[in-house]
Ligand binder design. Structure first.
Ligand code: CAO
Length: 435
């Protein structure tokens, strides 16, 4: 007969959130196997099975709040005679899962039998070394830590896809898979960088240590991943926006009364949509296997917004279906939302190409990092008047510096130059066509 599994004494917490359900109905568990992970604002912990058996019913779901005594699931206790069989299976599975990453001195039997299927870089793989400092700091539950340790995965190198950037079991599996297919940080064929040494900066003068914000940490991980895994090229161009700027300035007073700021950025969104339509390969993403390109028929443009807590990238959806004024109004709203921390995860997903504009701040050029899974990003610097040769003399022209970084696995250099040339000509063309 099934028994109830209740949350045991979990210390001083009135209620904690279920952040992982680690078993499903029908699963066989051993005593002490983890069943769910819960998290308070201070710590994550796992609730273990009190005895071996089969899970017959789940009573909690992700996001539920539980407290001591809450019913979490029903378990049919195991027949003690059979208890060894699943344990053996689990051991075998664990051993199998460990094989790739711990790289035994001798290749595994299966790899010998089918050498043609072995990933190219699997052979010279060295045992991974775990950086204990970043492993300890990684945001992951105890079972994920255990799993990562068994596989020799350095959790500090894994990007968390769970809520609030938590590293899940799936993230660790995906990391290992990526290493096996492409070679990665844990292999000798990938990037092996020396760990940053601990430095006492205080010995050279007064210092103060401040915690990175959550946004800093999250974007830092994604930017690092994108920087090391995407072969970047940045194509520069200057676009003559003399006429466009005069046109924009003429529009400003009318819309200011309605509370809408008509910015250069809104025109750039429209120009980028035209660029994506003219060059559909820029509106794609590589799928997880890296072997197929996903072409998108929608035009969602990400806008990098600088906030006191760090960089966020809200997305203007269906920019092709919106007028310039609608885009300008929406950009005003999302910038406020971003700075008031009101953006939801969905507001920052599904982008096709991101624009990062530093024009309001200054600078002549910069090389933005591609916001994967997008394949290109447009950086915009401050426009300034330059002397432009007209064949007979120099004209003063307002030139806008553009910097297009792209994923060279998807975009060839020639297309990169074609795209910026196209953008430049659209921005230099008839402004009313961008309305
Ligand atoms: N050249 C010259 N002047 C420019 C300009 C450009 N390219 N872009 C903007 N300006 C001017 C604007 O016209 C405005 O002037 P007025 O106040 O006289 O109208 C002023 O600079 C301020 O503009 P803004 O930056 O507030 O507005 P925006 O619409 O251009 O940009 C936003 C909005 C949200 C993109 C911006 O505020 C922001 O956060 N930028 C930072 C993005 C970032 O951090 N990127 C780095 C990512 S790392 O890869």
């Amino acid at each position: 007969m099934a028994i109830e599994i209740l949350v045991p004494d979990i210390g001083d917490f009135d209620s904690v959130e279920v952040i992982e359900v680690l078993v499903a109905v029908g699963d066989t568990v051993q005593a002490e196997d983890s069943l769910i992970s819960v998290e308070s604002d201070k710590a994550a912990m796992e609730i273990p099975a009190p005895q071996a058996g089969v899970i017959t019913e789940l009573k909690v779901a992700l996001g539920d709040q539980v407290a001591e005594g809450s019913l979490i699931m029903m378990l049919e206790p195991a027949d003690t005679n059979q208890a060894d069989a699943p344990a053996a299976e689990v051991a075998a599975e664990t051993a199998a899962a460990s094989t790739p990453a711990v790289a035994p001195a001798k290749p595994a039997a299966a790899a010998q039998a089918a050498p043609q299927q072995a990933p190219r870089r699997a052979a010279p793989m060295a045992p991974a070394t775990i950086d204990e400092t970043s492993f300890a700091k990684a945001y992951a539950s105890p079972s994920v830590r255990k799993f990562a340790r068994e596989l020799g995965v350095n959790l500090g190198s894994v990007t968390g896809g769970g809520r609030k950037g938590r590293i899940t079991l799936e993230d660790v599996k995906a990391f290992v898979k990526n290493v096996m297919i492409h070679g990665g940080p844990a292999t000798s064929g990938g990037l092996e960088v020396a760990p940053m040494p601990e430095i006492d900066f205080g010995k050279w003068g007064e210092v103060e240590s401040k915690k990175l914000t959550k946004i800093n940490k999250l974007t830092g991980k994604f930017l690092h991943r994108n920087w090391v895994t995407i072969p970047h090229v940045t194509q520069f161009d200057d676009s003559d926006i003399t006429e466009l700027e005069a046109f924009r300035k003429a529009m400003v007073p009318e819309y200011k009364e309605q509370g809408i700021r008509i910015t250069m950025l809104a025109f750039l969104v429209k120009a980028v949509v035209a660029g994506l339509k003219a060059f559909p390969r820029f509106n794609t993403s590589l799928d997880a296997s890296g072997e197929n390109l996903i072409y998108k028929s929608y035009y969602n443009i990400g806008i990098a917004v600088d906030t006191p807590d760090g960089l966020v990238v809200p997305v203007i959806r269906d920019a092709d279906k919106k007028s310039l004024v609608e885009i300008a109004a929406e950009m005003g709203e999302i910038s406020i939302k971003a700075r008031d921390k009101k953006l939801k995860p969905a507001d920052m997903q599904g982008g096709c190409l991101t624009i990062s504009s530093l024009g309001g701040i200054g600078g002549t050029k910069f090389t933005p990092i591609v916001n994967a899974p997008e394949v290109a990003i447009l950086g915009v610097s401050r426009a300034k008047i330059q002397a432009v040769w007209n064949g007979e003399g120099f004209d003063p022209k307002l030139m806008l510096p553009l910097a297009l970084s792209y994923d060279h696995r998807v975009i060839d250099g020639a297309d990169g130059a074609r795209f910026t040339t196209f953008l430049s000509s659209v921005l230099a063309g008839a402004p009313e066509e961008l309305l």
